[in-house]
Design a protein around this ligand. Sequence first.
Ligand SMILES: [Zn+2]
Ligand SMILES: [Zn+2]
Length: 392
Amino acid sequence: MANLELVFYIAVVLVSSVICFCGHWPIFEGTPIHALNYYCTGGIFELLEKCVGFTCGERGLRAIYCVEHYCCERPNPILQIFYFTIVGGAYFAAMTTSFKYIPGPYLSAIHWYLGTGSVVMGLLLFLLTSFSDPGFVSSSNVSDYLAMFPYDGVLYEEKICSTCNIPRPPRSKHCSICGHCVARFDHHCGWTNTCIGENNLRYFMAFLFWHCYLCLYAAFVIAAVIVGEMKRKNLVRLLTVYYGIGSNFQELAPLIFQWVLAFHGEQLMLLLFLGIISLLLMGFSGYHLYLIIINTTTNETLKWENYKRLKAERVNTHEMPDDTSLSTVEVAKKRSKHSCSIPFFTRRNSQNKLQRENIYDRGILQNLAEVFFPRSSRLWWQDLTLFKVKYS
Ligand SMILES: [Zn+2]
Ligand SMILES: [Zn+2]
């Protein structure tokens, strides 16, 4: 019973972690996890504000705003350190609980090296994503990025970035945390402490896919260790022949589960952890792969949602004229400032709902090639900017 309570406790801790750290992800939009995340994160800060304001006054409030500014609005390595702690902790737990059973009935000695090598590869991909240039736009490369995509006239229009004081290329966004405009901006990733953009989206995807594989592989190894131990100890035979338990699933399963809890409880908890993390990672990777396939970004998805909301609010004013009366060619002419390019335009579907037509979408294969085999002739090590000043 004590073991069951322990598993329940661990499951509650894991679910709480998912709500706190991942609940804001777009895949949880509209789900109770998203709502709980909003309540927990915002609610806790509001409570803290009230407590500190009540006990320490203005000085205390200034101190927590300072901490909040550093944690949320400045580049900082907090989540990077947290990532290393999680991966290091999980690897240490796997090493101490499971490596001693390798080789076993279902695992050859190669898994000892494969496991360690896979973790090292994951760490290298994390470092590559964290320290490569996401596509920071500067006066020296702005002309290259300006030529890369046309302005669509809806989400992107010609403008000068008031902070960088250079033209803002189509599909770019100024990241207030990094302090730069970033080409083909996707989002600012707190885990890697950098923006995800034109130059490092492929490394970010490799990082996500590799960690999906890593979690599933580690879960497979641990499961194979447990099943291997069951086989080595002839557990089923022991239960059926010596203890007279029926050989059907309903009778055997609870006893086997009790045996696993008693002798491999830590591995079972690790399996739970890996299962939850791999599900989250697969959802997040799948969402990003979908965005790449339709050639859009997280930023554009949010901008489009804002556009639709504004359109709904102002549809009867002169600020955003409704284009539905015009043909698509007229809309294209009206909105494009690039006579050589097809502009982004919108149309309404049969339910009179505004639909996005994405001029950047060049077909699945071309969209995938654009991210994973970019036109830039730079090699991956040339993207590394380990010494760039990020903490100023
Ligand atoms: Zn800027
Ligand atoms: Zn950023």
